[in-house]
Design a protein around this ligand. Structure first.
Ligand code: AMP
Length: 285
């Protein structure tokens, strides 16, 4: 496994692979790796000849209220976990990726960025699209893998590659969960023991909502949806969550309420808070 913090060097390595007609799968991360990240890396290894993982806590996707400085960093442990799973780990420095934060950016359409996560995290997605663009240009992957866990991010990036004619096969990988159903996330480590006990209720409520949605045929789709969203939110608050930022049943292709009667085209997205920790999850119907 090669470890490299220099973009030009990474570019040379991948160019070399390309000359040998080897395919490249890429998994961008912010480090603090858990089994969810590693599942992406293993899936990548099954899809291409070479696997590249990047570890970079991207300052541009944090807003002023979020704690970029306190984001958990564990580079040594991450590199140990990646050993034997990947060919190249790219660990750039902030000052190399951005010599100033005021430079060219990729702006995703606001129809996708002004709702859900975008409402709670100002400019977050412009930071994501900008860094992923830079990374794609450096790594030049044939395939890039992202987690369904961050579904809105996945959708925005998928649209970006289509809109900008980027010849990259975008893969959305399934959510890896703890045994009790809690989606793995770097943020789970912020939970107290008591909060950790409450946290799996999020997935249970998602599953119950999906089940009710699929079995309830009596009322029209939109009435049904409003009722289910309200009762799920109430249930989460009743069970000990401190706040529900959103719980929404939406069209999986554009995250709007333009719902066809094709129930396969629907996703349930949620963020609920335990203390200051925002737990993000979703379930495809
Ligand atoms: P992050 O380091 O949080 O930016 O995540 C890097 C990638 O891992 C993103 O594509 C995430 O969607 C994905 N990811 C995070 N958590 C999980 C999980 N529990 N299961 C699968 N993929 C995940």
């Amino acid at each position: 496994m090669q470890i490299c913090n220099d973009a030009i060097e990474v570019n040379q390595i991948v160019n070399n692979w390309q000359q040998q007609k080897l395919t490249i799968a890429f998994v961008p991360t912010m480090g603090n790796l858990h089994a969810g990240h590693l599942a992406l890396v293993k899936q990548a290894a099954n899809m291409a000849d070479k696997v590249v993982v990047s570890i970079f806590v991207n300052p541009l996707q944090f807003d002023a209220n979020e704690d970029f400085n306190n984001y958990p960093r564990s580079l040594d442990a991450d590199l140990t976990k990646l050993q034997n799973l990947t060919h190249l780990v790219f660990t750039p420095q902030s000052e190399h990726m951005y010599n100033t934060l005021n430079q060219t950016r990729i702006i995703a359409p606001n129809t996708l960025t002004n709702m859900f996560e975008g409402k709670f995290r100002k400019n977050h997605f412009d930071g994501v699209t900008t860094i992923v663009n830079k990374l794609f240009n450096i790594v030049q992957p044939n395939i890039a893998l992202f987690g369904q866990k961050d579904y809105q991010q996945w959708l925005i990036l998928k649209n970006m590659t289509t809109d900008l004619f980027m010849p990259i096969n975008m893969v959305c990988a399934k959510i890896i969960r703890d045994d009790d159903g809690l989606a793995l996330s770097s943020r789970n480590q912020y939970l107290t023991a008591k909060q950790r006990q409450i946290a799996p209720i999020l997935y249970k409520v998602l599953q119950k909502t999906k089940q009710d949605f699929l079995t309830n045929k009596d009322i029209s789709l939109l009435e049904n949806i409003t009722f289910l969203e309200k009762s799920a939110t109430a249930k989460l608050l009743e069970q000990g969550f401190d706040k529900v930022d959103y719980f929404a049943i939406v069209n999986k292709d554009d995250l709007t309420k333009n719902l066809s009667h094709n129930k396969q085209a629907i996703i349930i997205v949620v963020v609920a808070r335990l203390g200051n920790t925002r737990l993000l999850d979703n379930l495809l119907v």
